[in-house]
Design a protein around this ligand. Structure first.
Ligand code: BGC
Length: 760
């Protein structure tokens, strides 16, 4: 059936008019753990939802030991490191196909929450510390899944950046921070990809549960951004159900045994919930339900081999090469003997624990895959540590023995399952002691030691300077081991860039003083300064910066050009740059564009990512990349007005290959179409009158009037005294003049001054 051509909203409206109050209320909660209720008498179908963001986890009830086998793709932190929106779309398409094959209508993902701290337990399931990167990857992902006639559930809305006490925690976040950091990925994805559903988070935001928060669900999602689909609760996130319906929370999941449906009926009957509001909610719900059911395709069979290959390809684009001294990688054909050390080489860590955990169709390990790719090379292996990450003298001695005897050593390390998961946050950024001890021991006896990391989030690397190369493979999915082998042997040239900063120490992080929360309150006191925004502002040198990643080839940047050096904000600016592959191997570069405001009226980050593009270049090839910057790219969120605001002034547009390596700069003057309207009140400070040419004369008269000076200061002493006086006055509200001027100013004078200053 042609799902697009049908007006599902009209159909839904008609159905709603035929439903009883009890039936409408019943549709507002699930029928089982994973499906909605059907109403057969009107042909209303039930739809099925299942996790998750990197693979299908379809199971009966909550028993996941038996979930259907499905392709396990790289987790979100890996996927975002590809900076490849087209690839995210491809992965989405494959997930959509697997959902269709299993009669699943809504896939519960992607997770687009911001990484406020490297310790967040679900960081592996989230894209980035930057909203533009997270938003663009989410758009690709959602478009991919939904192109297959399967809906997505973008989650967890909003300010859900910790696991600790996640069901009750209150995130205290100011409005500017929400709009600049925690909302934009959701906003971009709603506007550009229209996820069929959005999942509200467990936590409270500024005192109100997300599941009954009209500011989040109605004002932002629906009214401002235009979400057409419906909101589903995170599993068990409902608090006051009737309030939730009124606030715009459509579907409670999982089933709650009719308890909350009855509360909705009661609320309508006692007048605290309007039936017309319930009708709107059920209409939204049914419109998607009908479309989802119609979009089901029968007879889809998953080509598991093809999807495994795709998972490998995606994974290989996610790997970030962090260090490569003396170009030790890719492994040269002259290398005869390779020591592979570390249990992860044979038993890779490839996905995170919790609701996103899938049962893979197969698992590739690097140990086997390397041998297939490097035939004729001699391999030795030592386990190095056990599944808990512990080592002992015997294991270390064996590892050192084979390391001494090899041309190159590959040490596989990372975070075991028990170190990071949904449900709890990490308490430090360390690898297991056994992994660190192993790496150090091996690096001491062989200078050609390469570390391959498998982990879902930033980790500390105390041995960073002692090893020749570091490959961050993240949680690469079921084919991750193959992807690692592809990169190590040079079959694939690495092109991932970090989607999160790797700080040197936990003490350096923006939430070092308090994370996750205390007494149920998570105070987002660092405001907009998370991730690189914080490290840049504080001039802290991270271990590896946001946007960073090496390639086996090299790139050069040149010829930054702007279509104009002065523009109105509404016109925007077009920037072009040239990027060239200056090495001998084909490769891909992520061209990143950041904006810096030269003189801002509020505290702003040094640089902020606004655009990026991943570009493939043959050896010696050069391409021109063009970016269109809009008014929003120069704006900050002004919570006084409250809206996105550009202040007229100069902005530097910086382009390069990492947040800390931006060789190109073009300065543009942007003129605001809405210059800030200064409004003067009795509490306006003296200095504020100095800000506009219009009120400067008033200011001068005020100063002189207060000082009672009849002539301008002339001698050095007079000038000094006048200057001191002006400094003291500068922060004084003008209404104080009445009390402090010894009768020179009256209430009437002040009112007169204010009306003159406020004249349009
Ligand atoms: C998680 C969601 C997940 C849901 C269903 C919740 O605990 O927070 O991300 O989609 O369970 O499994």
């Amino acid at each position: 059936m042609q799902a697009q051509a049908i007006d599902y909203r009209a159909k839904a409206k008609k159905l709603v008019s035929q439903l009883t109050l009890e039936e409408k209320a019943s549709l507002c909660s699930g029928g089982t753990a994973w499906s909605t209720k059907a109403i057969p008498r009107l042909g209303i179908p039930s739809i099925f939802m299942t996790d998750g963001p990197h693979g299908l986890r379809k199971a009966e009830g909550f028993d996941f030991t038996n979930s259907v086998p499905s392709t396990c793709f790289p987790t979100a932190s890996a996927l975002a490191s590809s900076w490849n929106t087209a690839l995210a779309q491809k992965m989405g398409e494959a997930l959509g196909i697997e959902a269709q094959a299993n009669d699943v209508q809504i896939l519960l993902g992607p997770g687009v929450n911001m990484k406020r701290s490297p310790l967040g337990g679900r960081n592996f399931e989230y894209f980035s510390e930057d909203p533009v990167l997270a938003g663009k990857i989410a758009v690709g992902f959602i478009n991919g899944v939904q192109s297959q006639g399967v809906g997505t559930s973008m989650k967890h809305f909003a300010a859900n950046s910790q696991e600790f006490e996640r069901m009750s925690n209150n995130s205290n976040v100011d409005e500017r921070t929400l709009n600049e950091i925690y909302f934009p990925a959701f906003e971009m994805a709603v506007k550009e990809a229209q996820p069929w559903t959005v999942m509200c988070s467990y936590n409270k935001l500024n005192g109100t549960y997300a599941s009954e928060n009209p500011f989040l669900l109605q004002q932002m999602l629906k009214d401002k951004w235009g979400l057409q689909g419906f909101v589903v609760s995170d599993w068990g996130a409902v608090n006051e159900r009737a309030l939730g319906v009124d606030s715009g929370m459509h579907l409670e999941m999982p089933a709650s045994g009719g308890l909350n449906d009855k509360k909705i009926v009661d609320a309508v009957k006692n007048g605290t919930l309007k039936e017309s509001r319930l009708d709107e909610i059920v209409t939204d719900l049914l419109a998607i339900t009908l479309k989802a059911k119609d979009s089901h395709k029968k007879g889809i069979v998953v080509d598991k081999t093809k999807h495994n290959e795709l998972a490998r390809q995606i994974s290989s684009e996610c790997i970030v090469l962090l260090k490569n001294e003396s170009a030790i990688l890719p492994i040269k054909p002259s290398v005869k003997k390779i020591a592979i050390i570390g249990d992860f080489a044979k038993n890779p860590r490839y996905q995170g624990a919790g609701s996103s955990q899938v049962r893979p169709t197969q698992i590739l390990n690097a140990f086997d895959e390397l041998q297939k790719l490097a035939k004729g090379t001699q391999f030795t292996f030592s386990q190095g540590y056990n599944s808990q990450g512990e080592t002992d003298q015997a294991k270390l001695a064996e590892a050192v023995r084979i390391a001494k005897d090899a041309d190159v050593v590959l040490v596989f390390a990372g975070l075991p399952d028990s170190y990071e998961s949904e449900g709890f946050d990490r308490t430090n950024m360390d690898l297991p002691l056994g992994h660190n001890q192993l790496i150090s021991a091996v690096a001491q006896v062989n200078k050609n030691s390469v570390v391959v990391l498998m982990n879902g989030a930033a980790v500390a690397m105390p041995w960073k300077n002692d090893v020749a190369a570091i490959l961050e493979a993240y949680l690469g999915g079921q084919a991750g081991g193959g992807a690692v082998a592809d990169v190590l042997t040079g079959k694939v040239n690495p092109s991932g860039k970090l989607s999160e900063t790797f700080p040197e120490r936990l003490e350096d992080t923006p939430t070092a003083i308090e994370f996750p929360s205390r007494d149920g309150q998570a105070n987002y006191g660092e405001g907009i300064y998370i991730g690189y925004r914080y490290y840049d502002k504080k001039k802290i040198e991270p271990s590896f910066p946001f946007g960073y990643g090496l390639s086996f080839t090299t790139f050069s940047y040149s010829d930054i050009k702007a279509n104009t050096t002065s523009a109105k904000d509404s016109e925007g600016v077009t920037i072009s740059v040239k990027v060239k592959n200056t090495g001998k191997m084909a490769g891909k570069e992520v061209v990143q564009l950041y904006v810096h405001e030269q003189e801002s009226e509020v505290s702003r980050p040094e640089n902020e990512l606004k655009h990026f593009e991943k570009v493939a270049l043959a050896a010696g090839e050069e391409k021109t990349i063009t970016f269109k910057l809009s008014s929003r790219d120069f704006s900050y969120y002004n919570s006084k007005t409250p809206e996105w605001t550009v202040k007229s002034g100069k902005f530097d547009v910086l382009v390069g290959g990492s947040s800390r390596d931006l060789p190109l700069k073009q300065t543009v003057f942007i003129e605001s179409s809405k210059p800030a309207q200064l409004v003067f009140t009795r509490e306006s400070l003296f200095k504020e009158f100095k800000r506009s040419p219009k009120t400067l004369a008033i200011y001068e008269n005020l100063v002189q009037g207060f000082m009672g000076a009849s002539k301008k200061p002339e001698t050095e002493d007079e000038k000094k005294a006048a200057l001191f006086f002006e400094i003291m006055l500068s922060d004084m509200p003008i209404n104080k003049l009445v009390m402090l001027s010894g009768g020179k100013f009256t209430e009437e004078n002040i009112n007169g001054i204010l009306s003159a200053a406020n004249q349009k």
